[in-house]
Write a protein that binds this ligand. Sequence first.
Ligand code: SF4
Length: 327
Amino acid sequence: MTSAIRHDWTKTEIQEIYDLPLMELIYKAATVHREYHKADEVQVCTLLSIKTGGCPEDCSYCGQAARYHTDIKVQALLPTETVIAHAQKAKETGSTRFCMAAAWREVRDNRDFDRVIDMVKGVNELGMEVCCTLGMLTEEQAQRLQEAGLYAYNHNLDTSEDYYKEIISTRKFDNRINTINNVRKAGITVCSGGIIGLGETHADRMAMLLTLATMPKHPESVPVNALARVKGTPLENNPKVDIWEMVRMIATARIVMPASVVRLSAGRIEMTEAEQAWCFMAGANSIFTGERQTLLVTPNPGVSEDMQMFENLGLKPMENKKTVSSC
Ligand code: SF4
């Protein structure tokens, strides 16, 4: 029998899942995973930072916040042709989703936004799923992005509502929810997850999963990030996230949001192939890949290393859902 998609989870139920004996938890998650997804397929996404650094926000994990002294070089909005050339290359190396990230607090209705609209149109014309992460959005801005062909918008919750103020003081948890609602209203798919290793408690992790899993519609994509400790940020000395905590988080997300794509995101560079294999077993079915250093804010493993890992693990890149559904 297929596990039902539920929106009425309680914190206790989610905690009970997270606390299962590890092998039992992975087995359960792997079972749910097979009910809703092809277990040998992993979506390959490429992330490009289209505007880097100089951000007025104070997210304590982020090297792009202007107030921290990090090694990240500030880069103004890239030319549209450069972005399209990156997307073309990503497509040729097996990516089906192209995510463009700009270090903005919010979108402003100015020429830069007009250029992002052109980028969205251009990447869309390549037949890729186009995703953006640009900060807070109004309903009208979301609508413009949708009309340009935007497939997904990334806006992470980061952590629980209670812990949010310890990590970011320049905006509120409610602002995140508002933007997610605006994205939904415009008919764009939602990519939203969080980060572990920020100093949060297990209860905070459960609260974050509860917010996601009780949304009227689950995010189509749920990134689970392990803190990438960036030198110069307030969290640079946080302990490295334990792999089994990451596996537990992925497995719990998989069980409570069975149909969503669960994305193994930041922190992957610090994982061995065997550790990543456990994450795939626990229900992760998407990764970010890319050129090791160029234009990515924190490094990801290179494309060829990932393809070798797929071969070793008997995995293959997922087909472009957009192309499949429009055929
Ligand atoms: S809003 Fe985004 S780019 Fe700006 S500091 Fe926070 S995470 Fe970094």
